[in-house]
Design a protein around this ligand. Structure first.
Ligand code: ADP
Ligand code: MG
Length: 726
């Protein structure tokens, strides 16, 4: 055995320099993102196998995962000629009996497990004609410290070429470097909470003696994450609150007049949210508010009221949507809502630029001359000259409300006096765009030096309360928890194979009476560029030829260009199609009030929140609407999800259910939130979040720039690269 001087290694030494890892395993570990010793120490197990209890051989029964201890009473290496396989077969005996253990193609096992050796085996007990046996169990000579057996054995995320066993083996010698780790959490906080410090926690995570050890270490890391999130979010808030914004006076009479001109009366929730927003706008510091309302709860009109108030005071508004389709739809809704106002509205996306209603101010006769929304032939016209003109108008302030995609926040766009930014479906924006929005909003070019715009974010993803607290602590929240009164509950049913035809007949009847329908189908996992197109086309063809040969079916899929999608949606809206067959691209915000039926194929393949978003495509008009969940899958979890859809109509109830069924990690999407799993497990722990929030406040009060906590500062920088707080 090569003996090497481990003193020369430090926490930041490359794994490739560690002899037992070397050039052979380092590249594989690198694939897991592990480059230094520190990385490996921070490579956490995702679960533990409990081998700490020893089972007597006489007590074994098939199917159980256990550890036995005994002596090798027989050992042989057999070669099977037929299959050319090497089989090591041992008999292990303790004071109560003997059991067989076999290893395939691991001839070296028989070199170590010779007769008379003491051994520990861990694994699942199997049974064949000759009786009970272990197949490829983890094993260890009992003279060694237990690492792979006989304890709580950590199981690591693996990749081909490095097993959990390998990682455990490396950690045996490398774990001592945990002592070199410095803790970013102030010591007094950990002491106050009775939590282990970083090096202790790292050791407990990899070498726990009891489940309690694991839990304690996990709790520490959870706290660490929550504390970081809280510090980050409180700092954003502190910095945000220090900024200046223009004050937009609340002109009550003017707004009242607008509200009374609406074809409906506002819900109490809409009223309340709008009022909260007006109050924010009156302040000389920028608003940072999240408007959280279920699909169809009427967020747009609330946004419109805020926009109107702002524009009426002579300032500009930017409304950002995640897709061109949605941006167009907002243009249309706002144009309608503002048809009696002196407001010029522009649309700026990568494909279109247009200005509507501008003429009203400048030139009464040619009012609406550029209003081309209902003219689908013009939709594909994208003129660069128009873009230039529009950008000029923005800079001059000739456009009051600009609607668009992230093209709006490109650097070339300058405003005269942008005072309000509204971000719709903000969760759909990419992380980079969101980061730009929040942190770079100051950089938006306009003629209001020293002031930043008020920010209103809107989302239709109902966020469970605990998550709001954990992730959006820096935001003010308005919730639309009430649906417009005229809304009928969407009748939702699960449909098995036998009732398909009946459902199709029902859809045909609805269409005969003037309605329209959506048919949504999922794409198989492996669908890549070409196959999505193929799958979508085939589905469309099958439905048009076999099921609804008498009806007109449109097709919407993700491979269409934005302008093409636009045309399909526009045509559907204008009733050129009876049925729109669509992949999940139809998910966000599309408003077709005449559509009253939605069929979701293979509904069990979608998550609850997504199903809810789909369902929200119907029930947007005065017609009774229906949602049919087609399913053939029998798994009970999938059924449970679908039953929740049938039972609940409120997105908030569904979100809570989803949260329960899937757990916080999946619900929020670890990748999206940047919060590691171990912290996620504790995220419903409101107490812990509150404690973290209190400590974060204390820390920042004591050292606003964190100059007293350089490690924390560094950690935070790293953390903020991964996660972005709204
Ligand atoms: P979302 O919150 O999903 O964005 P929208 O703002 O698109 O919802 O509103 C959905 C539909 O409900 C629109 O057609 C809108 O005109 C209508 N609506 C909004 N508020 C009310 C209300 N208070 N009463 C009746 N209908 C309303
Ligand atoms: Mg909307």
């Amino acid at each position: 055995m090569i003996v090497y001087n481990e003193i020369m290694f430090k926490l930041d030494s490359k794994l490739s320099e560690v002899p037992r890892i070397g050039k052979r395993y380092a590249p594989i570990l690198e694939k897991l993102g592990l480059i230094t010793i520190e990385d490996l120490l921070k490579h956490f197990p995702f679960r533990y196998e409990d081998y700490s209890e020893r089972t007597l051989i006489s007590d074994l029964s098939a199917g159980e995962t256990v550890t036995v201890m005994g002596e090798v009473s027989q050992s042989k290496l057999v070669r099977t000629w037929k299959k050319k396989m090497m089989i090591t077969e041992c008999h292990i005996s303790d004071e109560t009996g003997t059991v067989r253990a076999v290893w395939f193609n691991q001839p070296y096992v028989s070199d170590s497990l010779t007769k008379g050796k003491g051994v520990r085996l861990s694994g699942k007990v199997a049974k064949d004609l000759k009786g009970l046996f272990f197949s490829n169990p983890a094993w260890e000579l009992s003279s060694r410290e237990p690492t792979n057996t006989g304890r709580l054995v950590p199981v690591y995320p693996e990749t081909e070429g490095v097993s959990s066993r390998f990682i455990r083996w490396q950690l045996q010698t490398l774990i001592k470097h945990a002592d070199e780790m410095e803790d970013s959490i102030p010591e007094n906080i950990l002491k106050g909470l009775h939590l282990p410090n970083l090096s202790q926690a790292i050791k407990l995570i990899h070498f726990p003696k009891t489940i309690r050890d694991c839990e304690l270490a996990q709790k520490r890391f959870a706290f660490q994450q929550m504390y970081l999130v809280q510090i980050a979010s409180q700092r954003v808030k502190i910095a945000w609150d220090k900024q200046n914004a223009v004050t937009i006076a609340f002109n009550e009479n003017f707004i009242k007049k607008f509200v009374s001109s609406l074809p409906f009366s506002l819900t109490d929730a809409q009223r309340k949210a709008a009022f909260q927003i007006f109050k924010d706008l009156e302040k000389p510091m920028p608003m940072n508010r999240l408007l959280n309302g279920d699909v169809g709860s009427g967020k747009t009109v609330v946004a419109a009221m805020a926009s109107l108030a702002t524009a009426n005071e002579g300032f500009q508004v930017a409304i950002l949507a995640p897709t061109e389709v949605l941006a167009r739809q907002h243009l249309e809704s706002l144009t309608k809502l503002f048809s009696n106002q002196d407001i010029s509205i522009g649309l700026l996306t990568n494909s279109y630029q247009m200005v509507v209603q501008e003429s009203r101010i400048k030139n009464q006769e040619s009012h609406n001359s550029k209003f081309m929304i209902h003219d689908s032939k013009n939709l594909s016209v994208s003129k660069n000259s128009q873009k230039k003109e529009l950008i000029e108008k923005l800079q001059q302030g000739a456009i009051n409300v600009i609607i668009g995609t992230h093209a709006i926040i490109q650097e070339s766009v300058k405003f005269k006096n942008l005072a309000l930014v509204i971000v719709d479906e903000q969760h759909r924006f990419g992380v980079a765009q969101r980061a730009f929005l929040q942190q770079g909003i100051e950089k938006i070019n306009d003629g209001l030096p020293g002031k930043i715009p008020h920010l209103l974010s809107m989302t239709a993803t109902p966020i469970p309360r605990t998550l709001t607290l954990a992730f959006f602590g820096n935001l003010n929240l308005s919730v639309l928890n009430e649906m417009p009164k005229n809304r009928k509950i969407i009748i939702t049913e699960m449909v098995g194979a036998s009732s398909r035809q009946k459902t199709y007949d029902f859809v045909r009847d609805e269409i005969k009476s003037g309605r329209q329908a959506f048919i949504i189908f999922p794409l198989v996992e492996e669908s890549k560029v070409l196959t999505e197109l193929k799958a979508a086309t085939e589905e469309h063809q099958k439905l048009s030829e076999k099921v609804f040969p008498d009806l007109k079916l449109g097709l919407l899929h993700g491979k269409l260009k934005s302008t093409e999608k636009e045309i399909v949606m526009e045509d559907f809206k204008n009733k050129k199609y009876d049925i729109l067959v669509a992949t999940s691209v139809v998910e966000v915000g599309i408003d077709i009030p005449n559509a009253s039926v939605i069929i979701i194929e293979d509904a069990d393949r979608f998550g609850l929140s997504q199903l809810h978003q789909f369902r929200g495509r119907v029930g947007r008009g005065e017609h009774q609407s229906y949602c049919f969940l087609f399913t053939s899958s029998g798994t009970s979890k999938a059924k449970e999800r679908l039953r929740a859809m049938v039972k609940y109509s409120s997105g908030f109830d569904i979100a809570e259910e989803d949260f329960k069924l899937r757990g916080p990690g999946e619900f929020f999407g670890t990748r999206q939130s940047g919060i590691p799993d171990e912290a996620m497990r504790h995220i419903t722990n409101v107490k812990l979040i509150e404690i973290a929030s209190d400590y974060a406040e204390q820390t920042l009060a004591d050292s606003p720039t964190l100059s007293k906590h350089p490690l924390l500062q560094k950690e935070l920088e790293k953390f903020q690269q991964d996660i972005h707080l709204e």
